[in-house]
Design a protein around this ligand. Structure first.
Ligand code: NAD
Ligand code: TDX
Length: 332
């Protein structure tokens, strides 16, 4: 049994991971989270206080981080500014958290010789053409597009440098687009589901031909836990579930599942520098770690996600109006 420090554990994937760890292992967990707009304490409600605690703090605060890392057997690092659209309107928090925050954690795990897992994204590779037969692999060169993805790319490179130069025992994972419960309503799938529930029309950027490679957050959690247990120090693992779909198809599926006309949405202004397509080749991760995605029926996963948002209005409704007001300001 170990004690894990999980950064960003009050966000979407982090909170799913905390529940996964408490369910699947005997580990105890401390979450370090700054409780930004993206966090929700309700995502961690009802967890066993004997095995779980929340510390509100900044991963760029070296004093707080040093204490918590010193008390942990391993650190799993999810904390980030995570939304591309926000990074276009105000990049600074992305530099602060994704770069300086990751640097601060790395210095602490270096001092304490603590096992570290860094959670990253496939967006570090840039984008692919629609008809390109290739997918991202561990060898794909980094070519990030947005302030979000470039700060994530920078954080990955910091981790690699701390492994090579200082012998830090770290692993990395680059995962594709996650969906599932507890995702902030600023993101594509929850935004559209809650728009329908809230009585406004869904919003599609441009023509919606952009492709994302969807994976359920529960599958991502299982992969991260497996890497923590069996990953080779210094290695990068690509995590994906062969879930490529264009945005138009996803939106039409949501509308159909919710009993609406599939054309009942608005086209809005496209995202600046909008990446066309992401696609992960996760063959090596599956072969080496024996991890397999379980939520491979996307429509079933989406239906369960629709049901979750319909049944948890108290979780998302308090932030819905402010999120939509922010989008309205930029014509999206
Ligand atoms: P999220 O925005 O839902 O949650 C991020 C959490 O980090 C929030 O709880 C926030 O309060 C916290 N945080 C932000 N700045 C902090 C700081 N300075 N100190 C402490 N805590 C801070 O993000 P998410 O979608 O759950 O993503 C989690 C991680 O997974 C990120 O590193 C992201 O890059 C990566 N990732 C996300 C996806 C995806 O599809 N969402 C895919 C691949 C990788
Ligand atoms: O209202 C919308 N309409 C729309 O068409 C929104 C919010 C998005 N989109 C499009 C843009 C993207 O092509 O949907 C797609 C998905 O958008 P996001 O949910 O913002 O995700 P994306 O930009 O692909 O990034 C996500 O996956 C990789 C996460 O937010 C990142 O944290 C992760 O690294």
């Amino acid at each position: 049994m170990s004690h894990l420090l999980i950064t960003g554990g009050a966000g979407f994937i982090g909170s799913n991971f905390v529940r996964h760890v408490l369910r699947e292992t005997g580990h105890t967990v401390t979450v370090l989270d700054r409780m930004t707009y993206a966090a929700n304490e309700a995502s961690l409600a009802g967890l066993d206080p004997a095995r779980f605690g929340l510390v509100v703090g900044d991963i760029a605060d070296a004093v707080v981080v040093d204490d918590l890392v010193g008390a942990a057997d391993a650190v799993v690092h999810f904390a980030a500014e995570s939304h591309n659209d926000n990074s276009l309107s105000d990049p600074w928090p992305f530099v602060h958290t994704n770069l300086i925050g990751t640097y601060t954690l790395l210095e602490a795990v270096r001092r304490h010789r603590t096992r570290f897992h860094h959670v990253s994204t496939d967006e570090v590779f840039g984008d692919l053409q629609l008809e390109d037969p290739q997918r991202f692999t561990e060898e794909t060169p980094y070519n990030p597009s947005s302030p979000y993805s470039s700060t994530k790319a920078g954080s990955d490179l910091l981790v690699r440098a701390w492994v090579r130069s200082f012998g830090v025992e770290a692993t990395l994972s680059n995962c594709s687009n996650n969906y599932g419960p507890y995702q902030h309503v600023e993101k594509f799938i929850p935004r559209q589901i809650t728009n329908v529930l809230w009585g406004v029309r869904p919003k599609l950027y441009g023509e919606g031909r952009n492709v994302r490679d969807w994976i359920h957050a529960e599958d991502h959690s299982a992969a991260v836990l497996r890497i923590l247990e069996a990953g080779a120090p210094g290695r990068t693992y690509l995590v994906g579930a062969d879930g490529e779909l264009d945005n138009l198809t996803v939106l039409r599926t949501i509308l159909r599942l919710m009993g609406r006309d599939e054309d009942d949405f608005d086209h809005v202004r496209d995202r600046a520098g909008h990446d066309l397509r992401y696609a992960i080749d996760g063959t090596r991760t599956r072969a080496e770690l024996g991890w397999e995605p379980r939520y491979t029926d996307f429509e079933a996963g989406l239906r369960a996600t629709v049901d979750w948002y319909a049944g948890h209005r108290e979780w998302w409704e308090p932030v819905k109006a402010a999120t939509e007001a922010k989008y309205a300001e930029v014509g999206q």
